[in-house]
Write a protein that binds this ligand. Structure first.
Ligand code: GUN
Length: 296
């Protein structure tokens, strides 16, 4: 069997198109331009690349992008003061503080100082609680993008066995909540899980989010299962630097029914969902209709 390839790059372009449509209507009908503020502390090269790319795509869908670049040794009080200013700025509908933060800054404190209604990452404790209790919330972008692809491929996920490998607050835990919300039977596996191969082998849906290159081999995967590979790992192969996922694509694509590639799978969906969350936050802030199909 050769797996269907779930094309995240194409799907992300469709999502951005829907965002752009809603943004255009907000401008025409309501005179509102959604705005996304991104805060970067320090000069981590990978973070700089992400922030630049977020800013570019924000502008491409017609929204305002506000970038705040702070020194690596910025005092916590100054960062909190900036967040307070953005919380109270009506032209800012979404706020994202790029992680990881330098070690002297308390990440939980900083994230929880963002107005939950503007927390387009869905990391604020209020949004975590709302998602966990099945209430309307801001949903973390990578799990939201993964869910959109699963729904698009399968229609209903009801009754499917889903295994999420990885228990991070950013991906694993919210992904499990979303799958539960769509009536999957959900297992969260992690580094201490016994007989991971057997656990993965029972899954109709496998979401791999551990950050270990190609750790899931095709032989673990049940024939016909759907594989969402969240991993983006830089490795060297045959003297070249390449990107690989947490799943061994070569062997997995021979047994899975469908699989997301790396690159071109989950990655592009993450930024598309950030834009989707920003337009959703803007609609909610103004009591206007939310875009359809862009929320959980
Ligand atoms: N750093 C890596 N991924 C993310 C993300 O999704 N959100 C934020 N805020 N920082 C990140």
């Amino acid at each position: 069997m050769t797996a269907d390839i779930i094309d995240g790059k194409a799907f992300a372009a469709t999502v951005r198109g829907k965002v752009a449509e809603r943004v255009a209507r907000l401008k025409e009908e309501n005179g509102i331009v959604p705005g996304l503020a991104v805060v970067l502390v320090g000069e981590d090269p990978a973070s700089q690349v992400y922030v630049r790319s977020k800013g570019k795509m924000t502008v491409e869908v017609g929204m305002n992008s506000y970038e705040h670049k702070l020194d690596v040794d910025t005092a916590e009080a100054d960062l909190l003061a900036l967040i307070d200013k953005l919380n109270n700025d009506p032209s800012v509908h979404g706020i994202l503080v790029q992680l990881p933060l330098p070690g002297h800054l308390n990440e939980d404190l900083v994230i929880n100082s963002i107005d939950p209604a503007k927390d387009v990452d869905g990391f604020h404790i209020s949004n975590v609680g709302l998602l966990g209790t099945g209430q309307k919330s801001m949903v973390p972008c990578t799990p939201l993008g993964s869910l959109m692809m699963l729904r698009d491929y399968h229609g209903s996920l009801s009754g499917m066995n889903a295994v999420v490998i990885g228990r991070s607050n950013i991906v694993g835990k919210p992904m499990a909540q979303l799958l539960l919300g769509d009536s999957c039977t959900v297992t969260i596996a992690h580094s201490r899980t016994k007989d991971l191969a057997e656990v993965v082998g029972r899954a109709d849906i496998v979401v791999a989010a551990v950050g270990r290159p190609e750790m899931v081999p095709g032989e673990w995967i049940k024939e016909g299962a759907t594989v969402i590979d969240v991993g983006i790992n830089r490795i060297e192969r045959d003297g070249k630097k390449v990107l690989v996922g947490d799943v061994d694509f070569a062997s997995a694509s021979k047994v899975a029914g469908a699989i997301t590639p790396v690159p071109g799978g989950v990655g592009p969906m993450t930024i598309a969902c950030l834009l989707a969350n920003t337009v959703t936050a803007c609609c909610r802030a103004n009591g206007l209709a939310e875009p359809e199909g862009l929320t959980a």
